[in-house]
Ligand binder design. Structure first.
Ligand SMILES: [Mn+2]
Length: 433
């Protein structure tokens, strides 16, 4: 039986806007949060101890983290190396350089030859000797079309055809690894990918079409005793036997993760009999206070009353309220600041509602089932100011969605910016395609 600590999606160095400068350390408090939380995972691995630590990818928000962030990350994983706990660092989409070529930020660990640390930047099988016996770990980093297909092979193909080809190649390559496995040794597949059955937040709905989804049938197979995944920030167990698990991100990366429990997975891996346990981490709460003052006789009292209903202590808070133009003077900012003071940090997003203002289009709610093109068209129909650009935008979007063999999902789990509407999100996705 091999004890495995499986964590993923650290994204260290993101969300600085949710923090503030700690005058004692000169560091952003959110970086300190992420380091402390990663530290808790490492503490557990050392204390129990774990026989193996698996990291499912996305160490940083991008492939070029600043030295301070790189160092904070390294100093935690160094503790595992010092404790002789073998560790596999998988490369996620955020860790790869822009075009998926030329390595990743994590490759420095292999270059330095850090003992016990393995970098998974390609499909490969690693035979690892742990304190409790041998284990085989197949690493499957984030795939881009260029990983498995050459440019001439992709020419003239639609996104869907590229995905199809990519899956075929993946299936063959994975089969090759599986055939060479030792059937008597426990086997783990460590992969950074999106499965066809994973649940995303509604804010990611419009990212479909970019996605390269790996079918569960390729993962949930008896040749694997544990399938350790990364990429999706919401913890979920997709299959019981063998366990196919996303531990989720270890910290809240943005407000869309406000209601998600954060943690890591403790797995006891045995041939055909692996048990998993989700271990929650005590992370900083994200709290949104939303209040509509437009019908209030006493807007100030209603606003303060709404804030008082929430426990803001040590939270990353945001206050979103709407009011009529004639109510602006009835709101006293100083007392709002005082009411929000228990929060770790807060932002205030007032919205003045006039008769002429556009409200959210009912057909563009996060749960609407419009495809991205129809959503764009609906949005443009309601934006007279964009009329001159509308035809061009739709044509560009059509060309991008239908033809471009671009990086699938390269931004699919990028944090959405706060206060964005679904429409803004749709536009941003299209620009990034
Ligand atoms: Mn990812």
């Amino acid at each position: 039986m091999i004890s495995v600590l499986h964590l993923s999606d650290i994204h260290m160095g993101s969300g600085f806007a949710h923090g503030c400068l700690n005058p004692e350390t000169g560091m952003n408090t959110r970086l300190e949060d992420f380091v402390a939380t990663l530290g808790r995972c490492v503490d557990r691995a050392i204390a129990s101890p774990a026989d193996l630590v698996l990291f499912g990818g996305d160490a940083f928000p991008d492939a070029t983290p600043p030295p301070l962030v790189q160092q904070a990350f390294a100093s935690q994983f160094r503790r595992l190396a010092d404790a002789n706990i073998p560790t596999v660092l998988l490369v996620g989409n955020h860790d790869q350089y822009a075009q998926g070529q030329g390595g990743a930020s994590l490759c420095i660990y292999r270059t330095l030859g850090v003992p016990g640390i393995i970098v998974g930047d390609r499909l490969d099988t690693h035979h690892i000797q742990t304190a409790n016996g041998p284990v085989q770990v197949i690493t499957l980093p984030w795939l881009t079309p260029s990983t498995l297909l050459t440019r001439p092979e992709m020419e003239g193909l639609s996104m869907a055809e590229v995905s199809h080809q990519l899956l075929d190649r993946l299936r063959i390559a994975l089969e090759g690894e599986i055939r060479r496995l030792d059937p008597t040794v426990p086997t783990i597949l460590l992969a950074h990918l999106m499965t066809d059955t994973a649940t995303f937040g509604a804010e990611r709905f419009l990212a479909v079409g970019r996605g390269f989804n790996v079918p569960m049938a390729l993962l949930a197979r008896p040749c694997f005793d544990y399938v350790a995944l990364g990429h999706v920030h919401r913890h979920q167990i997709l299959c019981e036997s063998p366990p196919v698990v996303y531990p989720g991100s270890i910290e809240r990366v943005d407000f869309s993760e406000a209601d998600e429990a954060k943690g890591y997975v403790w797995a006891t891996v045995k041939k055909q009999d692996t048990q998993v346990e989700f271990c929650p981490l005590p992370v900083r709460p994200f709290v949104t206070v939303t209040v509509d003052l437009t019908a209030a006789d006493d807007p100030q009292a209603k606003l303060l009353g709404a804030i008082a209903k929430h426990d803001l202590s040590e939270a990353v808070a945001r206050l979103m309220y709407s009011l009529r133009p004639d109510q602006v003077d009835a709101v006293d900012n100083a007392s709002i600041f005082a009411a929000l003071a228990p929060a770790h940090t807060y932002t205030i997003h007032p919205q003045i509602v006039t008769h002429k203002s556009r409200s959210r289009l009912p057909e563009l709610t996060p749960t609407s089932s419009l495809d991205p093109l129809a959503a764009l068209q609906t949005y443009l129909n309601n934006r007279e100011d964009l009329a001159d650009l509308a035809t061009e935008m739709v044509a560009a979007a059509q060309a991008l969605i239908a033809d471009a063999p671009c990086e699938p999902g390269a931004v699919s789990d990028a944090p959405t910016e706060e206060g964005d509407t679904v429409e803004d999100e749709a536009l941003r996705q299209l620009r990034l395609l």
